[in-house]
Design a protein around this ligand. Structure first.
Ligand code: NAP
Length: 281
């Protein structure tokens, strides 16, 4: 049995694993569902119990794959879903949550996120989140793809201190948030959830990562994940559609990058020198 996955604390004090599982593109192709479910179940076995989905993914199909994977294992899962911004009015958020609960075959979400800033005032979406929280339908809420200015607006709301996370694009090739959003969130103890941690698979072929990986008997994807995981205060949610990739991603937790590795990574993927517009995928 491998060591437990390290955890971090949400602002509520609840702990969650720093390595979880993404599910974008799951549920799009019925022929892949069996492998996707097996991958998610192995991830649960290995302690990657945070599962991230969204109503938008495969038009609800990803939530249905997740429902099958966590059947009988709901209590060990920290389940995250997201409301699509077009649904983020007060009534729309309440209805979208009910639909996600039905597809996920559960009575509550552990974390419900606004997928990206919407045309509805964020105060309205947050009011709906608070209503859902009071009713026990969601346990925490947060946001995704919010820049520092948008985060300022959230935390200034009466319920603002409840914001549990901001899920954003972050990996070695997308370091922009280090100039502003990441320190802003760290100062307020709002943990970031890093999405597309291997750049949707593109970093799995990167020569700079392959060179460092060869010194650790590790793959480029594992080096990309290890670099995020070593920070210790981020949730990292790679999507893996096969048990082989899940095993590999889990093993990234055991890698120890050296100071020389880190310096080499900074040369290959320089940190930002000034704030830039928040990137999204
Ligand atoms: P990702 O996790 O960076 O990459 C997923 C891709 O990498 C898949 O093609 C996967 O292939 C491949 N892969 C996984 N493990 C690998 C390994 N060990 N070696 C080689 N290739 C590997 O990209 P992502 O899916 O965009 O991001 C992760 C999750 O973040 C999403 O699934 C979703 O839950 C969330 N997300 C949120 C937002 C947002 O706006 N909030 C946006 C994007 C993503 P296989 O499927 O074949 O294993």
């Amino acid at each position: 049995m491998p060591d437990a996955v390290p955890t971090l604390s949400l602002p509520s004090g609840e702990t969650v694993p720093i390595l979880g599982q993404g599910t974008w593109r799951m549920g799009e192709n019925g022929k892949k569902a069996k492998a996707e479910i097996a991958a998610l179940r192995l991830g649960l076995d290995l302690g990657m119990t945070l599962i991230d989905t969204a109503e938008m993914y495969a038009d609800g199909g990803s939530e249905e794959v997740v429902a099958e994977a966590i059947a009988g294992r709901r209590d060990e899962t920290f389940l995250v879903s997201k409301v699509w911004p077009g649904n983020a009015s007060r009534a729309g958020t309440l209805a979208a949550c009910e639909n996600s609960l039905r597809r996920l075959r559960t009575d509550r979400l552990d974390l419900y996120l606004l997928h990206w800033p919407s045309r509805f005032p964020v105060a309205e979406t947050v009011d709906a989140f608070e209503q859902l929280r009071a009713a026990g339908k969601i346990r925490h809420w947060g946001v995704s793809n919010f820049d520092p200015g948008e985060m300022e607006e959230v935390v200034s709301l009466p319920a603002g201190p409840q914001v549990a996370t901001n899920q954003v694009l972050y990996n070695l090739t997308r370091r922009g948030i280090e100039a502003d959003l990441l320190p802003w969130c760290r100062a307020r103890k709002i943990p970031i959830m890093a999405y597309s941690p291997i750049e949707q698979g593109r970093m799995a072929r990167h020569p700079a990562l392959a060179a460092i990986g060869s010194r650790h008997q590790a793959t480029p994807a594992q080096i990309a994940l290890a670099w995020l995981l070593r920070q210790g205060d981020l949730m990292v949610i790679p999507k893996a559609g096969s048990v082989e990739h899940v095993r590999e991603n889990r093993a990234a937790l055991d890698l120890r990058l050296t100071e020389a590795d880190l310096a080499e990574l900074d040369r290959a993927f320089p940190p930002p020198t000034r704030p830039r517009k928040l990137q999204m995928l």
